[in-house]
Design a protein around this ligand. Structure first.
Ligand SMILES: Nc1nc2c(c(=O)[nH]1)N[C@H]1C(S)=C(S)[C@@H](COP(=O)(O)OP(=O)(O)OC[C@H]3O[C@@H](n4cnc5c(N)ncnc54)[C@H](O)[C@@H]3O)O[C@H]1N2
Ligand code: MOO
Ligand SMILES: [Mg+2]
Length: 614
């Protein structure tokens, strides 16, 4: 449905001195179109006044958002002909091709056509085309323009489905055209070459990081729930620790100037007890426990081990006199106020991860809530007619148990993310779209596996584009495994959602989750680095390189005693991307470059980079 306005520009028609025939002729032409449906939402006759023409064009495009506006009249050489000037003044961009096409067609009918000064172009999402004033000229020109108008409108509206249809018609049979999108719903018309350029892993990561930048959300949460989160602001202490000068030892609070010798025990201070102790005099001391406030003017603590009892009450319940054996230093065994942590001092710095010790430090500092980055919510689905849940009671002969969903959910959960299980969607466009929709409704990031390569049932990209108007940022990556890895973003009810449509092969799905999804999720959660750590390893065997850079699974040789030499990496057997056993416990991903004519192998003992993924 193309929503149109027809504007007749004529002083005489507007004044009622002549009948407008061109406007109705255009309306008839539009309404008579068979292939596309045009609805006439506006029709108006106005005088040849530049300001009035401009005002109508602006109103119809900016306020009414019409798809197409055809004007008729005011395009010639008469002094009052100002339609092209008014039109050009409101256009965001001109479309000279439309003007040339109309002119070319008209010139074959009459040389007078060369006197047209018509303009055409785009304002916002509205296509505006000037046509001549005569009913015949207007209709002939409009017929020419209408050949491309539906496609132009589809492009302006971002109507990918119709754009794809036209592209497919234009390019069917010439599979090398870069814009060849094909029609994945008809196997004979599916693209025979992927339309997605193969980009490098680094380029893919760069795109991902750019897209997630705006998605970090900071919010306040109780400290006991913040474990594993990243602080989005500095958290500062609300109190001094210790809040009072505190004894480090169980012993006696003394005046250091008294030195060694006899002391009268004039009272006691226990942790949590009364601090209103009157000052001690020379030769006096107070019994004190660890953590109790050093008060009464005492300036040192002597531990009980460095004293002797000289006199007690007969029942032994009170000490009356003790002997200090070692001369105390001023401040000995006293923690001054705020010496561990002072009011206003940073307890957890922005960007730091909150672990058990940070939870404790925040509690000690009186901080009940901390501003952290929200961890994104994730939803995971598997796709495929052959895929069944492990719980299925009667697996058929051509069934594959779903391993991707359990692997991905386990991996994400292990990393502290909240994951919703969306189950398995059949290779059916509606089923997949419904499941994705459910994921978008509850999660920030949807991770799927399967259906992203070249098969007739590989619908994921198509569904994302046609049903969710998603932007596919990349659909192929130069890597093995994981070539068809797809990353898209879309708007769902006003919120940006991320989609990692990972390849179906189990190793491919796992490796690409490590390499792309986890770094994105960590960036959203405020972590400053991606998930994997890179180390250097030496190859235990000679390896023939694939043409694609490869992430081979390997385990590191356990040295009998810790050594400083580079660890030796042993491949985990057959590296085919369907074989999950190549991902053993403690695996690393060794990064092999793509092979070239000059260098087709890496020799045993050569050093390569490897990613620690556990
Ligand atoms: N003509 C081409 N064919 C293929 C290409 C190519 O470039 N041109 N790429 C290959 C590569 S590389 C990969 S990786 C796979 C990716 O395929 P899809 O993402 O389309 O995945 P599916 O076709 O749905 O399944 C592939 C494979 O994986 C198994 N699978 C899928 N989901 C699960 C699951 N949840 N648990 C266990 N196993 C699963 C599925 O049964 C298939 O065997 O495409 C190549 N083809
Ligand atoms: O890229 Mo696929 O992941 O080689 O099997
Ligand atoms: Mg496939």
């Amino acid at each position: 449905m193309i929503r149109c306005g027809v504007l007749t520009v004529s002083d005489r028609c507007s004044a009622g001195e002549a009948e407008d025939k061109s406007g109705p002729a255009l309306i008839k032409l539009l309404e008579g179109q068979k292939k596309h449906q045009y609805t006439i939402e506006q029709a108006k006759v106005i005088p040849d006044e530049k300001s009035q023409i401009e005002a109508v064009l602006k109103h119809w495009s900016d306020d009414l958002h019409l798809d197409l506006v055809l004007t008729t009249g005011g395009t010639g050489f008469a002094p009052r002909d100002v339609t092209p000037e008014a039109t050009k003044s409101v256009l965001d961009s001109e479309a000279p091709g439309i003007v040339i096409a109309m002119m070319t067609a008209s010139l074959s009918i009459t040389p007078m056509a060369m006197l047209s000064r018509a303009a055409a172009g785009v304002r916002g999402q509205t296509l505006i085309v000037n046509l001549p004033g005569s009913p015949k000229g207007a209709s002939e020109n409009a017929e020419t323009a209408l050949k491309a108008i539906p496609h132009a409108v589809a492009l302006l509206k971002g109507d990918i489905k119709n754009v794809e249809k036209v592209h497919q018609k234009l390019h069917c049979g010439c599979s090398h055209e870069p814009e060849h999108v094909g029609d994945v719903t008809k196997v004979a018309h599916r693209p025979r070459k992927s339309p997605y350029p193969m980009i490098s892993v680094d380029a893919a990561l760069k795109i991902i990081y750019t897209e997630v930048e705006s998605l970090q959300k900071a919010f306040k949460m109780p400290i006991h729930l913040a474990l594993g989160c990243i602080a989005a602001e500095d958290a500062v202490s609300l109190c001094n620790i210790p809040p009072y000068a505190a004894s480090v030892k169980d012993g006696y609070a003394v005046l250091s100037a008294d030195g060694t010798g006899e002391r009268k025990v004039v009272g006691d201070v226990l942790a949590g007890g009364n601090l209103q102790m009157k000052s001690i005099q020379p030769g006096e001391c107070l019994r004190i426990t660890t953590g109790a406030a050093v008060c009464g003017g005492a300036d040192a603590v002597v531990q009980v081990e460095d004293t002797e009892l000289l006199l007690s009450t007969p029942d032994g319940k009170e000490e009356l006199k003790i002997n200090i054996m070692d001369a105390p230093r001023q401040g000995q065994d006293i923690r001054p106020v705020g010496s561990d942590l002072a009011v206003g001092q940073v307890v957890v710095e922005k960007g730091n991860k909150i672990g058990p010790a940070q939870v404790g430090a925040l509690a000690s500092a009186g901080v009940k809530q901390i501003v952290t980055y929200e961890r994104p919510k994730i939803a995971v689905l598997s796709t495929g007619d052959e895929i069944q849940d492990i719980s299925s009671s009667s697996p058929g002969p051509f069934v594959i148990y779903d391993s991707n969903r359990p692997t991905l959910i386990a991996l994400l959960t292990q990393q502290g993310f909240q994951v919703e299980d969306l189950g398995i969607a059949l290779d059916d466009q509606d089923a997949i779209a419904e499941t994705l929709k459910k994921g978008f409704a509850s999660a920030d990031v949807v991770i799927s596996s399967g259906g992203v390569s070249m098969g007739e049932k590989d619908f994921l990209k198509h569904i994302l584009i046609t049903k969710f108007q998603a932007k596919i940022h990349f659909g192929r990556v130069n890597m093995k495994p994981g070539k068809p890895t797809t990353f898209a973003t879309c708007d769902f009810k006003g919120q940006k959602k991320l989609v990692f449509a990972l390849p179906g092969n189990p190793v491919s799905a796992t490796v690409t989750c490590h390499l792309f999804a986890l770094p994105a999720l960590r960036a959203m959660s405020g972590f400053s680095s991606g998930y994997s750590r890179e180390i250097t390893v030496q190859l235990a065997e000679t390896i023939v390189l694939d043409s694609r850079p490869e992430y081979c699974r390997a385990v590191l040789e356990r040295a009998p005693v810790p050594t400083k030499t580079v660890p030796v990496a042993h491949l985990t057997g057959n590296q085919i991307s369907s074989r999950l056993l190549s991902l053993q416990s403690g695996s690393v991903l060794i990064e092999l470059p793509g092979g070239t004519k000059e260098k087709g192998t890496l020799q045993r003992g050569e050093l390569v980079k490897a990613l620690l993924i556990e």
